[in-house]
Design a binder for this molecule. Structure first.
Ligand SMILES: [Zn+2]
Length: 415
């Protein structure tokens, strides 16, 4: 079950853009870039939109068939835990085991002591190929890492073994994710988290840490891109070291839960991948939904009316919609346009405010972030929304494909 060196997660809230998304992967293939497509959707998204994991499987299979895709592809049960994994077992062949909530839970004392005993030989100055300065590690630090992360990795082991037993074998890709937490994990923490993952017998293909900086939804990275690049490179070095040292799967690679559109770190990621000859998995989701709204606006008429309605309702329900995303959005309410002003906008005005073109004077990141979390409003419109998607399929598909290929795939993967 090889995910391949490069893979790209295309979340699709309303399950209508599978073909358009695969179109972007095919465009990359024409340019000689092999990328494995993965359709990811979390339990939270399913709950809000009232879809089920089998819808994602149906969408992926239909897109693959329609576009004549011959390569591997996967359906990712994104951010699942023991309490909801069963809903995904039949339709998914990629499982993102989210154990961020368990970080900081006290590890079993005996387990922690055994971990320290086993790994204290790495204390001192550790040379890791690809990292200029030796890592300075103390036994105390290893104990602190065990204390903080061991319970989380054990939890991942429980979920993994559960999926394996229900599936009847290792017929799936496993990702361990720890990104939905406040504190970024340092490369040294990553090293010992990987040791724990190996001990737990999880054949992880990908690992998703929390990186330094802010990954707000649908907008660019906020933080020190130099610091990000340094830590990203160190993570790549640590992974290569851990694969060799702890016997983890050779294909193990980083997974970047991008929250979509982290344009300013795409080239640093590209440079790091080249430098280390490393693979990567990039996860996106909301960027496609925002292209749907852009496409509807550009279509004018009824489509534009729906786009405006979604915005007006989202603005009226600001607190409710933003609440669950509080840690991953940063909206300046004063920067949001008034509903009466948006009413007067043309389709191009609306699209220009929403489209993620930072050089465009009309681009409004507050507007974009609010719409990003506003998909619940569109979900409530039911067939009014999905019929508009069908009716305006062509213009929306163009936006979806171009966005994924030009703004994401090219900067990350193309030379
Ligand atoms: Zn995530």
């Amino acid at each position: 079950m090889l995910l391949g060196k490069y893979s790209f997660g295309v979340g699709d809230r309303f399950s209508h853009q599978g073909k358009a998304q695969l179109g972007a992967i095919l465009r990359a293939k024409e340019q000689g870039i092999d990328i494995t497509p993965v359709w990811n959707k979390s339990h939270r998204e399913h709950t809000i939109i009232k879809t089920s994991p089998k819808d994602v499987r149906a969408e992926a299979d239909a897109a693959v068939k329609a576009m004549g895709w011959k390569g591997p592809y996967f359906v990712d049960a994104d951010h699942i835990g023991l309490k909801n994994v069963d809903l995904f077992v039949d339709s998914s062949d990629f499982f993102t085991l989210d154990v961020a909530d368990v970080i900081g839970h006290k590890a079993d004392e005996k387990d922690a002591a055994a971990f320290v005993k086993k790994y204290k030989k790495y204390a001192g100055s550790l040379a890791v190929a690809g990292i200029e300065k030796k890592l300075e590690i103390s036994e105390k630090q290893i104990a602190a890492i065990a204390e903080k992360f061991l319970a989380a990795v054990k939890e991942a082991g429980k979920i993994y073994r559960h999926v394996k037993s229900v599936k009847g074998g290792e017929t799936f890709v496993t990702e361990v994710s720890m990104d939905e937490t406040d504190q970024p994990q340092t490369p040294i923490e990553m090293l010992f988290i990987l040791a724990a993952i190996a001990d737990e017998g999880i054949p992880a293909s990908t690992v998703a840490p929390k990186f330094t900086g802010r990954f707000n939804k649908g907008v660019d990275y906020v933080g020190n891109t130099g610091q990000f690049a340094k830590e990203f490179e160190e993570d790549l070095a640590v992974i290569a070291y851990a694969v060799k040292t702890f016997g983890l799967p050779k294909e193990l690679k980083l997974s970047v839960h991008s929250g979509s559109d982290k344009f300013s770190i795409y080239r640093p990621i590209h440079a790091a991948l080249k430098k280390f000859n490393a693979g990567v998995h990039i996860k996106t989701a909301g960027t496609t939904w925002l292209e749907e709204v852009t496409g509807l606006a550009m279509a004018g008429g009824e489509g534009l009316a729906i786009a405006k309605k979604v915005y007006a309702n989202a603005l009226g329900r600001f607190d409710e919609l933003c609440g669950p995303y509080a840690t991953v959005i940063n909206i300046d309410r004063k920067g949001l346009p008034k509903v009466q002003d948006v009413e007067k906008w043309s389709g191009e005005d609306f699209a220009a405010a929403l489209r993620h073109e930072q050089s465009c004077r009309k681009y409004n990141p507050n507007f974009r972030q609010l719409l990003h979390v506003g998909y619940k409003v569109a979900a409530e419109l039911g067939s009014e929304y999905t019929n508009a998607l069908k009716k305006n399929e062509k213009i929306i598909a163009e936006n979806v494909t171009t966005n994924i290929y030009e703004r994401h795939i090219k900067p990350i993967f193309a030379d």
